[in-house]
Design a protein around this ligand. Structure first.
Ligand code: SOE
Length: 366
């Protein structure tokens, strides 16, 4: 079977993570990267065959089987619609779009195309997270009462920290919620098997202005997106939840935590101890489940790449996610559900409703 041709559009930090994961898939070739500057140097460094400055030219000339959209959020919709219209499968970074209306258009086009479409909610692919989902589905935690946790970073803590995500024009109405909150809420739904039905949120912007250092000098910019959000959730299966997402939490670099309580057992995960699941019991001693293909749930073993004691982290989750998507592109049934545009659209709707709740001070139904 010929190698599938992949192309990465956008070569920032996440675009490079996509490229590395693709290099680790034996039946995929990184045929092109699209970068606004230094394309040839980036192609050489990332192992891509060709470099382009324009995604349309790349698609028309290179004819990839699948594109990975790793650009700022405001370009996701136009890029995905162009690729789908030319019969090309799409993996899009989260959040899917600027807002739910754009996301709905993308989902409809993807559904109509019959092509494979995915969103990179890679947290689904940490082995112990996959195992926890299977444990919940097998009833090992019992009826799910609550889910809580959050996603904490500090890379935007200073008023001199600047990034395209700061401004709603490129990010969308929300920032912490759509950029990292979408990861956490997708993870909460994926593990519990329950869907969010109602939200209540408090947003906070700690720097109303930020200093943006440009080659022309330092510009003071008005900030119109939130630095952090604390929220509560109601789920269709009766669970309740609360989450905290912050990009200004000093000392937290990229910490994602999840605690789930059930009628039989609870489970706790921290991506800083990525291969451990703390299982909490009432009538017996608490224990720690550690990633081990020999001890894992029957389905989970297939998304484990290394034996017990050989830690798989952030890059490996990307690899396992893309392996599942490319299996679908090859017409095979992937072992576990990767996130599609439908999931990305659902998360976009939740982000918009969290924004509405933060403004109205009320619970908002989806
Ligand atoms: C910045 O918050 C960021 O790069 C996110 O955009 C990614 O989705 C996350 O995986 C790491 O942090």
């Amino acid at each position: 079977m010929r190698k599938l041709k992949a192309a990465v559009i956008g070569t920032g930090f996440i675009g490079e993570a996509h490229a590395e994961a693709l290099r680790r898939l034996p039946y995929v070739e990184l045929a092109a990267v699209v970068s606004r500057a230094n394309g040839k140097e980036k192609a050489a460094r990332l192992g891509a065959v060709a470099a382009f400055e324009d995604y349309r030219e790349m698609i028309d000339v290179c004819r990839p089987d699948c594109v990975h959209i790793c650009t700022p959020n405001h370009l996701h919709m136009e890029t995905a619609l162009y690729a789908l219209s030319r019969g090309i499968h799409v993996i899009c970074e989260k959040p899917l779009a600027l807002h739910a209306e754009e996301a709905k258009k993308m989902q409809e086009a993807a559904k109509k195309s019959g092509l494979v479409h995915a969103v990179n909610f890679h947290n689904r692919y940490y082995p112990v997270i996959h195992n926890l989902r299977n444990m919940v589905q097998d009833g090992e935690l019992g009826q799910i009462y609550t889910v809580q946790g959050g996603y904490l970073q500090d890379w935007l803590m200073y008023d001199t920290d600047f990034n395209w995500r700061i401004l709603s024009q490129k990010s969308g109405k929300t920032r912490a919620v759509s950029d990292i909150g979408s990861h956490w809420i997708d993870l909460a739904e994926y593990v519990t098997g329950q869907r969010v039905t109602e939200v209540f949120a408090e947003f906070k912007t700690v720097h109303s202005k930020r200093k943006h250092q440009t080659p022309e000098g330092c510009r003071e910019m008005e900030v119109d997106t939130e630095d952090l959000a604390y929220f509560m959730l109601r789920f269709d299966g009766g669970a309740v939840g609360n989450g905290a997402v912050s990009m200004v939490f000093s000392g937290k670099k990229n910490q994602t935590t999840l605690q789930v309580s059930g009628s039989k057992m609870s489970a706790e995960w921290d991506n800083e101890k990525v291969e451990q699941l703390l299982l909490g019991c009432r009538g017996e001693t608490n224990r720690i489940f550690v990633k081990d293909p020999k001890m894992a749930h029957r389905d989970t073993a297939s998304v484990i790449g290394y034996p017990a004691g050989h830690t798989e982290g952030f890059p490996d989750a990307f690899k396992h996610n893309f392996a599942a998507v490319y299996a679908a592109i090859r017409g095979e049934k992937p072992v576990q559900p990767f996130a599609t545009f439908a999931d990305g659209c659902h998360q976009m709707e939740i982000c918009d409703k969290l924004w509405e709740s933060a403004r109205t001070g009320r619970w908002v139904k989806l």
